[in-house]
Write a protein that binds this ligand. Sequence first.
Ligand code: PMP
Ligand code: GLN
Length: 375
Amino acid sequence: MSKLPNIGTSIFTVMSKMAHEYNAINLSQGFPNFPVDERLVNIVAGLAKKDVHQYLPMAGYPPLLEKIALLVLNSYGRILHPETEILVTAGATQAIFATIQALIEIDEDVIILDPSYDCYEAPVLLCKANPIRIALNEDYTPNWERIEKACSPKTKMIIINNPHNPTGKILTELDFEALGNILMKFPEIILLSDEVYEYITFEEKHISAHTRSQLLNRCVMVSSFGKTFHVTGWKVGYLVAPEHLMKEIKKVHQFLVFSVNSLSQVAISEYLDLVSVQEISSMYKEKRDYFRLLLTNSRFELKPCEGTYFQVASYSAISPENDVEFCKRLITEHGVAAIPISTFYENKKDLHLIRFCFAKDNATLEQAAKRLCSI
Ligand code: PMP
Ligand code: GLN
């Protein structure tokens, strides 16, 4: 008997594998293909010869905890206690898993907004709890009325993802007001805020849950150095939670990984002294604008992209196929891999939309766009 009978292989794995098999340009799974900052590479090379290869403390390398606190202070003005409120995790995925395992009990409800990233549902199911999936509006704004209606004394958590994968949407002040009102009415609900793309927003500034003082004693915020520093394969992230929740999360974390790999923690800690996270958005804005420009003469209709490194596009003018079939044919016949958006919905709602990752060097974007414009 399977504990997760309806969970299959992640669409990112499926599409990347297929891209590899057909030697297609891989704009599916989200990862950068440009070189990592040389300063970070040099730090790693230097550290490899030093004494950094044994277990670090369970919650993280103490200087890194201090620097995360400083990063949050500089970015959002929030003061954190590194020893009690920050946990270094094996990527955001593990942060989310540990949080859900620690805080959700049998038969409780967890609200997830569709289209949703794929790592929220399975940990909820493993708790024998109920993922309650609520569709965003057509313009990808949250439907707060519908969300409030879904809340009850059984609701234990609302998961938000801001900036949003796959749609690139970001939350506004009005969204936070509406969310705040719901949370005031349901004081037992915990907010899990997945902000892995916090440093990748364009015209509008990212509003972090860190800045909502009235929510902080019931909010778990998750981030990923994989996204921030273009090292997705390192699988290092962190979570911030108030001490009473953190105590429970650490109980799970210590038996899930105990502590995160030492070399990358020390490297990131040193790198944080050199780098400015505020420059990341402008680099990705250039990429977004360039990719969109390259596709101007294609038959794809590009949706707005306010943040993240994903561009959603409609292929309605090209084909009536469903999005999974279209993505497969895009690989086999046109040599470009993308992600079908229907896979982010509980009911696999197909709106003929696909997602491209533009975190690529210009040559890759140009080559991909050439192929996409010929369709
Ligand atoms: N949340 C979102 C919205 C993501 O896109 C990702 C993907 N990378 C993650 C969480 C997981 O991040 P990590 O690779 O650090 O586990
Ligand atoms: N977050 C990445 C994406 O959205 C995928 C990461 C993974 O494959 N688990 O493409």
